[in-house]
Design a binder for this molecule. Structure first.
Ligand code: ATP
Ligand code: MG
Length: 440
């Protein structure tokens, strides 16, 4: 992509409304634009990162055996009356009437709808386990939308729903998602810590929030330092091996970890001061088992091996990809701007032509642009006739992992400079070696 043809509305000044660094940097880097309170457009740079994050989420959901579908954003109020949540949900729900005065709503979540899909066609325990997910926009009329896409009213959510015959099978489904989440967040360059969450009337211990430690996080969290040293399961993890999954979950739930709502001061005080990590955190995912809470009132039953009909045991598993973008920036930035982890960067490399119009520079850059593209890299080529300082500032701000800088003197000598965004390390190498080096 040539910068001269791209749409990258960079802001030079710090926007006054942004209270936290991710919001400020997303606005400044031209990733998002607010359209109404808590409602954002994702501009091209933001859309590219959102797509990368969603691709990782999809791969890990699919790997774990979940199956993608797509449910609508608009739902009928009647469906929510069946579960009793239409009235109970309160003011966070955006209620809508169509021209026939039929009551609709903009979905804040999809338990009712997916339960309806399930009951319309699944009859037997032989069709289980089943886990259906989608990635779809949600609307929640948050009292205080703030921090940009971190807490917005319209936001993207990956929500998965598992269906099983009994508690034991549902627990395996829960473990599968738990492990998929560990892998998903690690691939996004994040260290997410699963923390016990409230199970309310359901009871048990099958509810975890996945938390990223960040000083700007909205929740107060407490965990054991051991989490920082745990290894995330590799891509060879066997999702058919219930024992292996349970062992991973055990390792990741043994050290102490809780948000303030679940904090157990006695257990905390029993830890040595060195092991205690009290911090602030951002919730990027939440998984929980809720048994037959929806299947019972909505009559989602299967015939078990004994020929009797039983309501299915369900769980739901959410990740907020739009919030994740902000969380990644909170975790990875410096004074100059965003520092994208490679896996989610909007482009792999930024190619900077220091002097467009200079024959050597133009020729070297055109060759590099083509070569880098052929090496399978996404390149943002700054071919614009602007000041050197502005070019560097923009590249640093948008945070592409690698920059390739071509100036007139270097181009004449057949060289380019490579700069790694994360460390600032620079090296001059022959033009002919650039593509192979950057692709490595
Ligand atoms: P929170 O406590 O932050 O309001 P929640 O408990 O309401 O979150 P869930 O219903 O579990 O969230 O939704 C699943 C995921 O969706 C969350 O873990 C989060 O990543 C994302 N999410 C929820 N609300 C928002 C929001 N207002 N803006 C952006 N992402 C959100
Ligand atoms: Mg909420």
């Amino acid at each position: 992509m040539r910068l001269s043809r791209f749409f990258l509305p960079i802001l030079k000044e710090n926007p006054k409304e942004a209270e936290i660094v991710s919001h400020r940097l997303m606005l400044r880097a031209g990733m998002i634009r607010q359209q109404a309170a808590g409602i954002y457009s994702f501009l091209p740079l933001g859309k590219r990162v959102l797509d990368k994050v969603c691709a990782i989420i999809r791969e890990e959901q699919d790997r774990s055996g979940a199956i993608e579908l797509l449910m609508p954003t608009i739902q009928s109020a009647d469906l929510w009356r069946e579960s009793g949540r239409y009235e109970a949900y309160g003011k966070e729900m955006l209620r809508i009437a169509d021209r026939h005065e039929r009551e609709l709503l903009f979905g804040p979540t999809n338990e009712e709808m997916v339960t309806d899909i399930f009951r319309s066609s699944v009859r037997s325990y032989k069709d289980l386990p089943l886990n259906l997910y989608h990635i779809q926009w949600k609307f929640r009329d948050e009292v205080r939308p703030r921090f940009g896409v971190m807490r917005s009213r319209e936001f993207l959510m990956k929500d998965a729903y598992s269906f099983d015959l009994d508690f034991e099978a549902a627990q395996i489904a829960y473990h599968r998602m738990f492990v998929a989440y560990l892998r998903t967040f690690a691939r996004c360059g994040l260290q997410a810590i699963p923390m016990r969450a409230d199970t309310g009337p359901i009871g048990g211990n099958l509810s975890h929030e996945f938390i990223i430690l960040a000083s700007t996080g909205e929740s107060e969290v407490f965990c054991h330092r051991d989490f920082l040293g745990l290894t995330v399961p590799g891509e060879d993890v066997d999702f058919a091996d219930a024992g292996a999954l349970a062992a991973i979950v055990r390792d990741w739930t043994t050290p102490y970890a809780a948000t303030d709502e679940m904090h157990d001061t006695a257990a905390w005080d029993a830890l040595s001061a060195d092991d205690r990590l009290a911090a602030r955190g951002i919730e990027v995912g939440h998984i929980f088992y809720f048994g037959t809470k929806y299947s019972e009132p909505m009559n989602a039953v299967v015939t078990g091996p004994d020929g009797k009909d039983v309501p299915v045991h369900m769980g739901s598993y959410g990740i907020g990809p739009s919030r994740l973008l902000a969380a990644i920036i909170e975790a990875s930035h410096d004074e100059a701007g965003i520092v994208w982890p490679k896996s989610v960067a909007p482009f792999d490399v930024g190619l900077i032509n220091m002097k467009p119009g200079d024959a050597d520079c133009d020729a070297a850059c055109e060759t590099l642009y083509a070569e880098l593209g052929r090496a399978g890299l996404d390149v943002l080529y700054d071919d614009q006739d602007t000041r050197a300082g502005a070019k560097f500032a923009t590249m640093d701000l948008i945070g592409l992992p690698v920059q390739v800088i071509v100036g007139p003197r270097g181009a004449k000598a057949g060289e380019a400079e490579i700069k790694l965004r994360a460390t600032g390390e620079r090296e001059t190498i022959p033009l002919a070696a650039v593509a192979a080096r950057v692709a490595a």
